[in-house]
Design a protein around this ligand. Sequence first.
Ligand SMILES: C[S@@+](CC[C@H](N)C(=O)[O-])C[C@H]1O[C@@H](n2cnc3c(N)ncnc32)[C@H](O)[C@@H]1O
Length: 396
Amino acid sequence: MPHIVFNKTDLINTPSSKDGVEFKFIAKSYNFTTHERNTEYKIAVENQGKEFLLTLKNKDNDQMIKIDKVTRIAPITLVKDALNAYVDSINPKIVFSNTNSIHQKAEPQKEFLKDINYFVDEFKTDKEIQIEVGFGSGRHLLHQAKNNPDIQFIGLEIHTPSIEQALKQMKLQDITNVLIVNYDARLFMEFIDSNKVGRIFVHFPVPWDKKPHRRIYSNGFINEALRVLKFEGTLELRTDSRKYFDYCTELLTNLPTGKITIDINKDLEISSKYEDRWKKQGKNIYDVVLQSQSVDEPLVIQKDFSFDFEINYEDKISSIPTKSIVDKDFFVHIEDLFIMENEKNSGLIQLTMGNFDRPVSKYLLIKNGKIDYYQGSPLPTSSNIKAHNKLKEILN
Ligand SMILES: C[S@@+](CC[C@H](N)C(=O)[O-])C[C@H]1O[C@@H](n2cnc3c(N)ncnc32)[C@H](O)[C@@H]1O
């Protein structure tokens, strides 16, 4: 992590700029939850159109400046340049620095690797969609894609080496009908239109016998799967775990709609890496296929993350809860507060919010009483919207 340690000096003046880097404002920690005596500052920076925060705090008898993790941006050279510009502005004695900008290696071509925001704002297709959850080695996903060129495949995975491997194979085999997303499959379907998907493959998911809340299958996941599936589209589980099979069968048989088919040791055209392993061990392989029997309402994504009121920040501070607010499917936790000393009624609120499985860390920027999300709104998931509404209640 790039950082610079230097002898204590005065803070930079804001607003100011140095070597093309703009220093916009400074907010001082209120030590809201930590009550530490060690004062921390957040310094708002803009470099080449990207806004982020730097953290300045004491380190022994010196000071250290580094990127604020919540607002981390890429490429890292923009951060290093900002750190260098900060110390060049105040000209202290430098104790340590690892911010020499080194020429960055070119990113490998990642045309088919998509950020989740792409599915919120841009993704459109007239083709049928098929989704594979946790594609691992990618053997099944790429086999399907090659044999079904008219179908748009989406591969979901959270293990980066598997993603790199699949992208490499796609390039070697010239496969262009797959989009890869590094995102938790339990939350992905929220961004896919209703009645668009022909098949969802969930092959050999981790059974999580000791942590069932981490399982892919839940009532929420199944309901979202049914919504995105076309009439007669299928959600296809393949597993070697008898416990997982029983758990899923119970969830699926209690649904008000849908048709279930169960098989044991069915042969597929292609055997995945995990399947090979279990077959060699002589284990049974179970298939449970749920077929959609309904046509669902179109998807409406709620995207309003505005705050339609102003606050008196200094007055509000004493009533902001320090404990997490936890509800059935969302939470809000205010982590810390920062106050701008040379601007009235202004500061930063650091918080974590949203879904327990995928919490989001953000800052709220308060400028003369107006509130907004720093670096833009959270992803419009249903949990984030609920958490946002709770925040409005807390701050209003
Ligand atoms: C046991 S492996 C099976 C891989 C592959 N389907 C196969 O049959 O060889 C499970 C895979 O699911 C991925 N995974 C686990 N939880 C996930 C989640 N919530 N969203 C997306 N992928 C997940 C893991 O990273 C892992 O690659």
